[in-house]
Design a protein around this ligand. Structure first.
Ligand code: ADE
Length: 375
């Protein structure tokens, strides 16, 4: 049964679609919007700006043009294609969903949003976007842009981070979608939010196709909406990143198979802001000689619920003098020497840039090691 909404949208489909036809941006995922292309673009756009997504989108589709290619891609290659976009669970879910689509749906994305929502990484917005943009199914696609536009249009003072508000808007959009152009209606609302009714500056109401029906504009409260309840503050973690090298190769470490940045390579790190004496003790634990140590740069990386405040050291070592009881040789994954299959690895700067995906949390240090970053 269709969900009911406590809000009703005014009938603005005609002026909205006419405005969209004249003003929509040329975006690569709007050309030939196949379900796969729409899906990949929407996952990339979840936490990344349109302009930043574009080069990744072209590169990803050139390397992996089909659901089957995505399902079969080796994890390190996949992470490399995503490196710089961050939030790596997005690409791992993308691949898990591709495997399920190949196994259960012959490699074709389902058109029913309820079935799409059961796939990893696909929530109600992405399901509605794929179903409506690519298949013309009249399903709502309410993202952050649409939440903002509708909260202003309705002068709705409720907290837009409350899932009940989103559910209300989805039901209201579902009831208002024109059956001939549901995808364009959804995209037009997104476009109004992205280009006219923006989040940071005052909205450009004079250019808005919805100004005549906007209650926030009529009441003069467009700058005060949408209302968002204050988020909890992020946890701050101090870390000391170690660039351990013999002048040719760097020591890198694979993160655990679950949790933050699971399975990705990183420069080894110590909790807290370590002194040189603490770093020397850690090198001893690793069974590596410390020939020379200098303090390196500091950097910050912000995740959704966590912030890393990183200090760093450059350490000159000699890998040929690795102690015979070094933990680098007692690999949990069963390998006896640093190797791509194990937890520890020695890699040249160009291998680090091209083969082993280090998350963007380390980008400040990647620029320190030499070699050419690919993007
Ligand atoms: N942001 C999220 N999805 C988008 C889309 N399809 N077009 C433009 N901006 C977006």
């Amino acid at each position: 049964m269709a969900k009911t909404s406590s809000v009703v949208l005014p009938p603005f489909a005609d002026p909205l679609l006419a405005w969209y036809d004249r003003n929509k941006r040329d975006l690569p995922w709007r050309e030939n919007p196949t379900p796969y292309r729409v899906w990949v673009s929407e996952i990339m756009l979840q936490q990344t700006r349109v302009e930043a997504v574009k080069p990744y989108y072209f590169r990803f589709l050139a390397a992996l043009p089909t659901v089957h290619a995505l399902a079969a891609c080796p994890p390190d290659t996949l992470h490399k294609l995503w490196e710089g976009l961050g939030y790596y669970s997005r690409v791992r879910n993308l691949q898990r969903a591709a495997e399920l689509i190949c196994r259960d749906y012959g490699g074709e994305l389902p058109r029913d949003p309820e079935i799409l929502k059961k796939l990893p990484g696909i929530g109600s917005y992405t399901a509605g976007a794929i179903a409506s943009f690519a298949y013309g199914v009249p399903a709502p696609a309410v993202d952050g842009n649409v939440l903002r536009v509708l909260a202003r249009l309705l002068a709705d003072r409720r907290d837009v981070t409350d899932p009940r508000v989103k559910a209300d808007y989805e039901a209201a959009v579902a009831a208002a979608l024109p059956t001939d152009r549901p995808g364009d209606y959804n995209q037009a609302l997104i476009e109004v939010g992205a280009t006219v009714c923006g989040p940071n500056t005052s909205p450009a109401c004079a250019a808005c196709p919805l100004v005549g029906v906007c209650r926030a504009h009529a009441e003069g409260v467009e700058d005060e909406l949408p209302y968002r309840a204050k988020k909890k503050t992020r946890k701050i973690e101090k870390r000391t990143v170690l660039l351990v090298s013999d002048g040719t190769r760097y020591l890198i470490h694979r993160r655990p198979t679950s949790g933050l940045l699971a399975d990705l390579w990183e420069f080894p790190a110590i909790a807290g802001h370590a002194s040189t004496a603490e770093v020397a003790a850690y090198m001893k634990e690793l069974g590596l000689p410390l020939r020379f140590i200098t303090e390196g740069k500091r950097a910050k990386h912000i995740f959704t619920h966590l912030e890393w405040e990183m200090s760093s050291y450059r350490i000159d070592t000699d890998f040929s003098r690795l102690a015979t009881d070094s933990p680098l040789l007692r690999d949990e994954r069963g390998d006896l020497t640093p190797s791509p299959a194990g937890d520890w690895m020695l890699a040249t700067p160009s291998e680090i840039h091209e083969v082993y995906p280090l998350p963007s949390a380390f980008s400040a240090f990647l620029s320190e090691i030499g070699g050419e970053p690919p993007c």
